[in-house]
Design a protein around this ligand. Structure first.
Ligand SMILES: NC(=O)c1ccc[n+]([C@@H]2O[C@H](COP(=O)([O-])OP(=O)(O)OC[C@H]3O[C@@H](n4cnc5c(N)ncnc54)[C@H](O)[C@@H]3O)[C@@H](O)[C@H]2O)c1
Length: 321
């Protein structure tokens, strides 16, 4: 299996990880690339590099949870493969829980239906390690119980169950990937910004950095372009069909450690840090067992390096200065 000469639809392709995936996808020379994004958080700027290489990428502003609209896109663009990155993110789910759950579940169900109706060959759905909740055991393999804490996590977990049910009942060809924490350029800078843009902004403005709780909560942090590469490799591996796979390094980093590394890269090692109340629903330990990815697909994903963090910090520094 490979993506050369395929007509590929990427939902959420103007977002953070989705746009890195589009950059990686076009190296496979698909015949056609269509991006569906409603631009809730995505931006055309994220697709600038890809559009320079492939000006024929079609970007359509639509709701990926709209079944009729997605059927129309799939039919008119002869879509064979869907990579589903579209999501309403975790912080939004704390303000708008019902809408987040309805939308995220709606997106997954839409593409399960399209697969059931045999309108596409294959669905690769991007889930999240958040579905596991706080680790009951570490590292967390794909069989770790789902103990979703936030409405976002519950919606991701529900999506995985819906896909499982369509695979079992209707035999659709769907793969579920559960990335752990991703960092890199192109994360949204607005009110739902990720940790790195927040740290860069605070350093530039001279304000203290707020860390939720004691900062000893840990994450398995990987670089989004590496995630994108892994998604392509999983697609290429025949044994990955109808599988669920963690995308992670297996290495644990605390928030305190990450912020310390970022401050060094920003030449601000003594920048003030304050610890605030823990964020509701913040999981304590989040570390993957990546062995299934290694065994099945033969790849490993490195924990984010200082070089990748530097690239990320420079990206935000240039945007925010
Ligand atoms: N960022 C992470 O660390 C991380 C970790 C694990 C899993 N994931 C998963 O990776 C995927 C991508 O996440 P991301 O971090 O790039 O998020 P993101 O918010 O940057 O990208 C999501 C994109 O989906 C779009 N979108 C939202 N609702 C939509 C809708 N109804 N129809 C069409 N487009 C819609 C947004 O505009 C945005 O461009 C998600 O499935 C997420 O659950 C992300």
């Amino acid at each position: 299996m490979n993506l050369t000469d395929k007509s590929v639809l990427v939902t959420g392709g103007a977002g953070f990880i989705g746009s890195h995936f589009v950059d990686r996808l076009i190296r496979e020379e698909p015949s056609r690339v269509t991006v569906v994004d409603n631009f809730f958080l995505g931006s055309m700027r994220n697709l600038q590099d890809a559009l320079e290489v492939r000006p024929d990428i079609e970007v359509i502003r639509l709701d990926a949870a709209d079944l009729a609209a997605m059927q129309d896109v799939v039919t008119t663009h002869d879509v064979e493969v869907v990579f589903d990155f579209a999501v309403v993110p975790l912080p939004t789910s704390l303000d708008y829980p019902s809408w987040t759950v309805t939308t995220n579940v709606g997106i997954v169900t839409t593409f399960c239906e399209i697969a059931r109706r045999e309108m596409i060959e294959r669905l690769v759905h991007i889930s999240s390690s958040e579905a596991y909740g706080s680790a009951r055991y570490s590292p967390m393999d794909e069989d770790h119980p789902h103990d979703a804490i936030t409405p976002y996590a519950a919606s991701k977990s529900a999506g995985d169950h819906i896909i499982h049910s369509y695979v079992e009942t209707f035999g659709i060809d769907a793969t579920v990937l559960r990335p752990f924490n991703n960092v890199g350029p192109r994360q949204n800078l607005g009110s739902y910004a990720g940790i790195i843009p927040i740290v860069v902004r605070k350093v530039l403005s001279g304000e203290p950095i707020e860390i939720y709780g004691d900062g000893e909560q840990t994450r398995d942090i990987i670089f989004a372009p590496h995630t994108a590469d892994a998604v392509v490799k999983v697609y290429d591996e025949p044994r990955a069909h109808r599988q669920v796979l963690n995308l992670a390094s297996g290495v644990e980093t605390s928030m305190n450690d990450l912020v310390r590394r970022l401050l060094l890269l920003l030449d601000a090692p003594d920048h003030p840090i304050v610890h605030t109340d823990p964020r509701p629903g913040d999981v304590r330990r989040h570390i993957a067992d990546p062995r299934k990815l290694q065994d099945l697909v033969g790849i490993t994903i490195e924990p984010v390096s200082d070089q990748s963090l530097k690239e990320t910090v420079e990206y935000y520094r240039a945007l925010l200065s």
